[in-house]
Design a protein around this ligand. Structure first.
Ligand code: UP5
Ligand code: MG
Length: 191
């Protein structure tokens, strides 16, 4: 309904699996709009609004923000994109409820990219990034909560999406450039 002629790609994977890094690569290669749901929510926190305060707590606890909040932010960010824009939706949907609400309010994606990586490697990457990221959830306690949420609520979305759309599953333990080449090859087909 509200896709506005945009083509969406869901970019999914566990915490620290490389979603943001690979979206950056795609932006360098193709004309596309990168929307990180997490970045939009962190921006909302920065405003200091009441809603922002509630979001800050959920992020630190690794909990999923209510679908309507995230979708409204995504939709607002998409609203001014010219028709036909390729939109990379990074880190959303994270639950079956997120997926259902997005389908109802916005529409369906063209494809999904999923970055598969072991928890050990994700944890090591996040702890390393945490030395400089300033993110309130890049500490061991929050990381473990994020993993728990990912395993229980986000992984079922992958199975559901496989029934609805093309899913490219990528081994995210390879090098940034190797992964980028693999993903670009598939994204190219949508253009
Ligand atoms: N790195 C990347 N690729 C590498 C490679 N191939 N080899 C070696 N190192 C690699 O990468 C993480 C780190 O690994 C970086 O240091 C990078 O250099 C290195 P990054 O690209 O940042 O990974 P990414 O998957 O984007 O990790 P991120 O931490 O952003 O993922 P999350 O899914 O945990 O975080 P997000 O920002 O999406 O969400 C944060 C929180 O917001 C959620 O926990 C939740 O509370 C909330 N949220 C919602 O409630 N709803 C939403 O829809 C979205 C978020
Ligand atoms: Mg990210």
């Amino acid at each position: 309904p509200a896709l506005n002629g945009c083509k969406c790609i869901f970019v999914l994977g566990g915490p620290g699996s490389g979603k943001g890094t690979q979206c950056q690569k795609l932006v360098e290669k193709f004309q596309c709009l990168h929307l990180s749901a997490g970045d939009l929510l962190r921006h909302e926190v920065q405003t200091g609004s009441e809603q922002g305060k509630a979001i800050a707590t959920m992020i630190k606890e690794g909990k999923i923000v209510p679908a309507k909040t995230t979708i409204d932010l995504l939709q607002a960010a998409m609203a001014s994109a010219p028709p036909g824009t390729l939109v990379l939706i990074d880190g959303f949907p994270r639950s079956l409820d997120n997926l259902e609400a997005f389908e109802a309010q916005v529409g369906m994606c063209e494809m999904t990219v999923f970055f598969a990586l072991s928890a050990d490697v994700m944890e090591a990457r996040l702890l390393e990034r945490g030395k400089t990221s300033g993110r309130t959830d890049d500490n061991l306690e929050s990381i473990h909560k994020r993993f728990e949420t990912f395993n229980t609520q986000s992984l079922p979305v992958l199975a559901a999406l496989k029934e609805k759309t093309r899913v490219l599953e990528v081994d995210a333990s390879a090098s940034v450039d190797e992964i980028a080449a693999r993903v670009a090859e598939e994204v190219q087909k949508l253009l």
